[in-house]
Design a binder for this molecule. Structure first.
Ligand code: GDP
Ligand code: MG
Length: 448
């Protein structure tokens, strides 16, 4: 994975949060400081880091977690959201609309253009596109053979002429050649022998005029860190049809700096290079990237579940008091069971986050949809008196309820057993444990 060091540092900041006993202002400030340190070490621009972490801190201190989610989960969500925004928010996939779609890559020599062209050709080939490559690099000896060597084993053709000195002519001829061949995508690899932005942009202009590309792709070396900003900005201003590939993010300590700098210009990052092999190219998706960076496995799943929870009902204060006193009836039990079914996702969330986790026996709260429906049917055949005071339900009542609900006496007894068990459990549970659980589940504002 790219940016391992940054990922580890961010992950350990969040782990520290997950392990902390309370989440107060000091905890939040410490997490924010850890995140700052991690980003600055990855060469992210200091001003940008401060801005980002200020937002995280403000939101963490001021926003209330959604019902059913803990403060910790909510802070993790905030960190995830803000980092995602920091890197461009939405994925901007490469679109192949016209046939042929013509792509031109530009970038300073050594940035990884030729490698990226080969990787991109492979990426598109895997998606069913027929791709033709044009080498218009007249500067570097062996440029044509380098590209050929990379893609020939894949059956991808390269147009070029090692003897030709006119890059613009080569580009034009190559595009004509593949147009006649009827490929879906033509990618032109240029020389990029320039040391700075202006020369690069001039080369792009010249070749662009000749071949009219649908998209110009700037290839930026990720190891230059936040210096990528100027290159990306100049490029973005020069072309409305530009996108960016950031390369060498594998093992680069400055990758975070490069990515965030490019994102800050608003130029879309479409791919990242994460190794020297032909398959080491990834379509860039800020969401997926950040969740992997944070190392939280399935953080997207976690966020979906948090959203789900937001929609769910909060436990009511009176319910909680009844729980605490062990004084609840069948109606309450049903309501609680119903709510706990919805807690299912929450339990998974808690398991995803190291250091959290809760201790209610699974079979006690998770009776399942099917059973809940049956309970409902059975309870519909009970009188109000029975629902409110289940202790009065004797054998003859059980028989009547079973007959009325079309169930068996065993099933009615099972419901009553469940009730008795829950009641007993809540009675025996020590208050501290229950309060802890209530806090985790955000059972209303009981202040316990
Ligand atoms: N580790 C790593 N190396 C890369 C990556 N992309 C390119 N390179 C290496 O960078 C060097 C220059 O790449 P090249 O494609 O020739 O750059 P060009 O001059 O812009 O065409 C080569 O040694 C590549 O193997 C990448 O994503 N990761
Ligand atoms: Mg090259």
């Amino acid at each position: 994975m790219a940016l391992e060091k940054l990922g580890k540092a961010l992950n350990s900041a969040l782990k520290k949060l997950a392990r902390s006993r309370t989440v107060d202002e000091a905890t939040i400030k410490e997490v924010v400081r850890d995140i700052q340190r991690a980003l600055i070490q990855a060469d992210v621009n200091v001003r940008m880091v401060l801005q980002l972490t200020k937002t995280i801190e403000k939101r963490a201190l001021e926003e209330e977690p959604p019902a059913g989610a803990s403060k910790k989960e909510h802070i993790i969500q905030i960190v995830y959201e803000e980092l995602t925004k920091f890197l461009g928010k939405e994925a901007k996939p490469l679109e192949i609309k016209e046939k042929p779609t013509i792509l031109l890559t530009v970038g300073i020599q050594g940035s990884g253009k030729t490698t990226s062209v080969a990787k991109l050709a492979r990426h598109l080939q895997k998606r069913g596109y027929k791709v033709g490559l044009v080498c218009s690099d007249t500067w570097r000896p062996g440029a044509y053979f380098q590209l050929k060597q990379l893609v020939e084993p894949l059956g991808i053709e390269v147009f070029g002429d090692p003897e030709e000195k006119d890059a613009v002519k080569l580009a034009r001829e190559g595009v004509e050649y593949f147009k006649e061949k009827g490929v879906d995508v033509i990618i032109v690899d240029s020389a990029g022998r320039h040391k700075e932005e202006s020369g690069l942009i001039e080369e792009m202009r010249q070749i662009s005029e000749a071949i009219k590309p649908h998209e110009v792709i700037l290839v930026i070396d990720g190891t230059i860190g936040q210096q990528a900003y100027n290159q990306a900005l100049a490029f973005k201003e020069a072309t409305p049809i530009g996108s960016i590939i950031v390369t060498k993010l594998d093992g680069s300590a400055k990758g975070g700096g490069a990515l965030s700098a490019v994102a800050a210009t608003g130029a879309p990052i479409k791919f990242i290079g994460v190794g020297e092999r032909i398959d080491d190219l990834e379509a860039f998706d800020p969401k997926r990237f950040v969740s992997r960076l944070l190392g939280m496995g399935d953080i997207e799943g976690l966020l979906e579940k948090l959203e789900e929870l937001q929609k769910q009902q909060e436990f009511k204060e009176e319910d909680m008091e009844k729980f605490l006193k062990g004084k609840f009836n069948l109606k309450d039990m049903y309501a609680q069971l119903e709510a706990m079914q919805n807690m299912g996702p929450l339990k998974q969330i808690l398991q995803m986050i190291p250091g959290l986790g809760y201790s209610l026996p699974d079979d006690m709260v998770k009776v399942g949809e099917e059973k809940l429906r049956k309970y409902r049917v059975i309870m519909d055949s009970m009188t109000d008196e029975e629902l409110e005071n289940p202790e009065i339900i004797n054998y003859s009542r059980i028989k009547r309820i079973a007959r009325g609900s079309g169930t068996s006496t065993a099933e009615v007894r099972e419901l009553l057993n469940q009730y008795n068990q829950m009641k007993k459990m809540f009675k025996s549970m020590d208050k501290r444990k229950l309060a802890k659980m209530a806090k985790k589940f955000n059972f209303g504002g009981l202040g316990i």
